[in-house]
Ligand binder design. Sequence first.
Ligand code: GDD
Ligand code: MN
Length: 363
Amino acid sequence: MSEATPAASFAASIIVPTYNEEGNVAELISRVSTALAGVHAELIIVDDSNDETPVIARALGETAAIDVTVIHRDVAEGGLGGAVVAGIRAARSNVCVVMDGDLQHPPEKIPQLLARFAQGDADVVVASRYTGGGTANGLSDQVRVAVSRLSTMVTKAMFPVRLRECSDPMTGFFLVDKTAVDWESLKPRGFKILLEMLARQPLRVAEIPFDFQARHAGESKASFTQGIRFLTQLTQLRFGRMSVFALIGALGAVANVLIMAVLTGWSVPYVLAAIVASVVTIIGNFLLIELFVFRDMKAAAGPMWMRFAKSFTFNAVEAVVRIAALYVVVETWHVSSVLATAVLLAIAFIVRYVFHSLVVYKP
Ligand code: GDD
Ligand code: MN
C-alpha cells in the first residue's frame, strides 16, 4: 500500500464546532453520514461543551458510517472562530466544509457544495441565505432577521471589493480549499470566520443557495456579547487595532466629562471630582482594551496586575507630562491653550498606543 499524504487521505473533511449540542449531535452524525454515503469523508467535531455532547459524539462515532473525530477543548481558545480554525488544521482533506451543529445548516446540501467546488473555479463555496432561492426563515424572530440583513449590508459596504461575490459573509456554512487561505493571518481569530477569511485575502468565491432551518434542539448561543464581539471584529478588520483603541479612548473621554458633571453636581470639589473621574476612566479603559484590543496578545504578556500597573503608571505620568508640556508650549509660543491641548492629545494618543502595544502587551 502506498503512503497517502495526510492532507489528502480523505475526499472531504466536514468540520462542526459545537457548544452544548447534546440534543443535536446524534441527528447531526446520522444525517451527515447519510448525506455523504459513497464519499470518502471524515467528520471533525470541535467541541467546547460542558454537557454530554463529546461523550455522545464519541460513542456514536464508533459505529457511524463516516469517520468521526472529536476534539474536545478544555480551554475554548478563540470561541467559535477558533474552533473552526482548529478543525481545519486537523482536517485530513484540503476540501473543508464548515457547518453548525444544530442542523440549521442541512447536511443534505453538502454534496452540492462539493459539486460546485469540483468545477474548479473557486477557493470558497458559500452556502448563502441571500442568493437566488436561499432563505433565512430559521432566524427565530423579526428582530434577528433585521439585524442579520442590516449587518450583512453594512459589512458588504465596508469591504466592497473583497465581498463583491459573497451575498452572505456572515454564514457559518461554507466549503473552503484549505490550501488557499493563510490561516496564520487570521489573528485574532474572528468571530465570523468566513468574513475574516474573505476580508484578509483575495479569494475566488462561488455560492449555492440554501434554506436556513430552525434550530433542531437547544438554544442559540447568540447574545449581546457576541454582537459586540462581531462589531469589534469588523472595526479591527477594516481599520486595524488602533481604531478600536481610539474608539475606546473617545468613550473614556466622554465618560470622564459625565462623571465630572455628576460629581460636581453633587458639590464634590472639582479637583477631587477630576481625580475620581480620571481614575475610573483609566481603569475602565484598561479593562476595555484588555477585552477588545489586545485580547489575543495578553496571554503572552505577563500577569494582569503587571499589565494594569504598567498601563496605569503610563497614563498617570502621561497626564502630568502633557499638562506640563501644555504650560511650556503656551508660555513659549503664545498659542491658544485649546489648540495646544488638541495637538498634545493627538500626540499622546499615538504614544499611548505605541506604549501599550510594545510595552504593556510585550510577549
Ligand atoms: N466549539 C465551539 N465553541 N462551538 C461553538 C461556540 C464555541 O464557543 N459557540 C457556538 N458554537 C457552535 C454551536 O454549538 C453551533 O453548532 C454553532 O457554533 C452556531 O452557534 P449557534 O448558537 O447556533 O448560533 P447562531 O445560530 O446564532 O449562529 C449561527 O448562525 C449564523 C447565521 O445566522 C452561526 O453559524 C453563525 O456563524 C452564522 O452566521
Ligand atoms: Mn444556530
